[in-house]
Design a binder for this molecule. Sequence first.
Ligand SMILES: [Zn+2]
Length: 329
Amino acid sequence: MLRGIKRLNRYENRILKIVKLGGKLVRLKQFGFSTKTDEGFRFPIYVLEIGKSKAIKKNVSGLIAGVHGLETIGIRVLLDFLDDLFARKNSALYDEIKNGELGIVCIPILNPGGVALKRRSNPKGVDLMRNSGVEAVKAPFFFGGHKYSNIFPYYRGKVLQTESRVLDRYFQEYFVNAENQMIPVVDIHSGFGTVDHVWWPYASTHEPCVDETLFQKIGDHFTNVLNHFLYRFGPQSESYTTHGDLWDRLYDKFQVTMNESPIQKTNRFLPLTLEIGTWSDISLDPWKIFRKRGIFNPARESKQKSIISHRRFLSDVIRLAKMDPSELH
Ligand SMILES: [Zn+2]
């Protein structure tokens, strides 16, 4: 039963509208299909290339949403951001893109099958953020990912799913050979906690990643210089650990390609997860927890405001793509 098909169609129409508004600055590509539903349906997964081709090589950044089919707030934050960028055409960021200073590659909905089915997992019942094959040092029972059965949430799956492989292809195509010093990527989720978190690797271990100092610097810069004090920055493992995080895998893969490169490279691949906190609504509306999806999406009234509030943060992350780490204070 495709209970979410109307919602998915609505988002796809918004993507097409952005392509139209963006003119030469936006290109739509299809990077494969979702896994099949029990009825045999599969859904295209799109990538939007934004900016001049030169900027996509030299100053690229990434935006991803819809990894979990129920977290539609992330998809809406991403679409609102692009919509606003191309509808107004008068922001500083728009000029930077138009002048070839910045490029963005977006996957607005990585898990369209989950959106169409109104569920967190992909159509095969696999939680994509538990699917990468990375083993956590120690993860919470069940929630941290398990291999029992796809009838339970947080199922890791036995193989890398097509959606996860699309993310791989996207990583290979745009980030492995990117020329910018800092290659920032934001993957937008919702549901954990009462405040907005910005996480960096790792999800699998409390061990610091090789870019821990740089990530800390970025967090400090965003808080103290750019005044993003509503976001709480830190490694994901500070909140919780899981098996199978897709960013852990790609982050490690990037270090391997760096080490194997015949020329010495100093570029840094910097995946961030924006986890929009939604638990605070529960105290205002206790019935919410009894309604399906309630816990993953903020109350309707505050929704639009919350969506718009992330525009400036996303612009600033994208700008890291044209900065040098030494410019961070
Ligand atoms: Zn999520």
